[in-house]
Design a protein around this ligand. Structure first.
Ligand code: PLP
Length: 395
């Protein structure tokens, strides 16, 4: 009677959400201070001062119909201009405001882009481990997911991608800094990927598009994040301020289409059309104007760096195996047993709530979100130590 695909999507809660709900229930039972919830990627650091200041300015100095009224569907003209100007000045890509579309966060950026690009029968490559919602977004756009494993350090495996690209490949999604691994792709990797895609395109009528999903661009601990558009013109950049400015609940981001992308204007129309069909109407008006004044800023990432160091040092000392994350706020730890779900269940008995890797498209790992209170990490360390001991890890 109703749409079965959507019934299924609505019923099967994401594993991450399920663990988060369990954590909340458990906190009521045994006290919040005794539960170590590392499930969600919800920023724990306050939005930077510029955000608060700008909200105050706008409320004091803007007429109500402008402040809270509709903007143009693609965004307020001055905001699109500010974003284009920021991209041009920061990365040297001659971005035009007409190719910037304001969205309700990265999820909306991705769904609008995928619905714009894809027709039935198209394939979209994702690099595993990947953000679980990619599968939902790709399939809702009528396309098929093709999974390619990252290499052993969670970087791009060019040979694997080259084997996976076929005549139906419409796009590849890359996410750097990465959720769930914290990997940051370097310039050589992007150059290699661009060279591969260009050689594929030379034998086809239409290009493979690169969808760069970048909500964590500013969350880095020493690494540099090369700008994908500088390497490959057929790039659509999906950005969000959810993580960089700690505005996850305010739903604000953008899509930017490279001006030299093949069919750029047509693709931009398709993105606007997809946004219209999805009922987005326009991105939140107040926060469009807030972010226009805070471009390039970020919350205090030193807090995340401290958390990363604390957790990484302790876990490796206890004998767990993990790659040190260069960005984002996730630690991807190898499961000491093959079944990551069993590992997470065992962790749960120590009140440690971590996410098994299966929903990220690979087995044998668990994701630990360290966008949490540093004191909670401190309190959780004896539990991690006890867990390591259960597995007889050398520590
Ligand atoms: N892409 C990745 C890799 C993410 O980790 C997230 C959120 O966690 C999103 C997209 C969605 O971000 P937003 O909250 O801006 O929609």
């Amino acid at each position: 009677m109703f749409n079965q695909t959507n019934i299924n999507l609505g019923k099967e809660r994401s594993v991450i959400r399920e663990i988060f709900e369990y954590a909340n229930a458990r906190k009521k039972e045994i006290g919040a201070e005794n539960v170590f919830d590392f499930s969600l990627g919800n920023p724990s650091v306050p939005a930077p001062e510029c955000v608060r200041k700008e909200i105050g300015n706008l409320i004091s100095n803007t007429s109500p119909e402008t402040l809270h009224g509709y903007t143009s569907a693609a965004g307020a003209p001055e905001v699109r201009a500010a974003v284009a100007d920021y991209i041009a000045k920061s990365f040297g890509v001659p971005m035009r405001p007409e190719l910037v579309y304001m969205t309700c966060g990265a999820a909306a950026s991705l769904t609008a882009t995928l619905n714009a690009l894809c027709n039935a029968g198209d394939e979209v490559i994702v690099i595993a481990p990947y953000f679980p919602e990619y599968r939902v977004f790709i399939e809702a756009a009528g396309a098929t997911v093709v999974t390619v494993r990252a290499d052993e350090n969670f970087h791009i495996d060019l040979e694997a991608i080259s084997r996976a690209v076929g005549e139906n490949t419409k796009a590849i999604i890359m996410n750097s800094p990465n959720n769930p691994t914290g990997a940051v792709y370097c310039a050589e990797e992007l150059a290699g990927l661009a060279a591969l895609l260009k050689s594929v395109n030379a034998k086809r009528n239409s290009p493979v598009y690169l969808i760069a999903d970048e909500p964590y661009r500013e969350l880095i601990y020493g690494a540099k994040v090369p700008y994908p558009m500088c390497y490959y013109p057929n790039t659509v950049l999906c950005y969000s301020f959810s993580k960089s400015l700690s505005l996850a609940g305010e739903r604000i981001g953008y899509v930017a289409v490279h001006p030299d992308c093949i069919g750029a204007e047509e693709l931009f129309f398709a993105i606007c059309g997809a946004g219209r069909a999805l009922g987005y109407v326009c991105a939140p008006a107040l926060f469009q104007r807030v972010i226009a004044k805070c471009l390039g800023k970020s919350s205090d990432i030193n807090v995340y760096k401290k958390n990363r160091d604390l957790l990484y040092d302790a876990l490796t000392e206890y004998g767990f195996s993990c790659v040190s994350p260069e960005g984002a706020f996730y630690l991807f730890v190898q499961s000491p047993e093959a079944d990551a779900k069993a590992f997470s269940e065992r962790a749960k008995r120590h009140e440690l709530l971590i996410v098994p890797s299966d929903s990220f498209g690979i087995t044998g790992y668990a994701r630990i979100s360290y966008c949490v209170d540093g004191e909670m990490i401190e309190r959780s360390l004896p539990a991690f130590k006890a867990l390591a001991k259960e597995y007889c890890l050398k520590g």
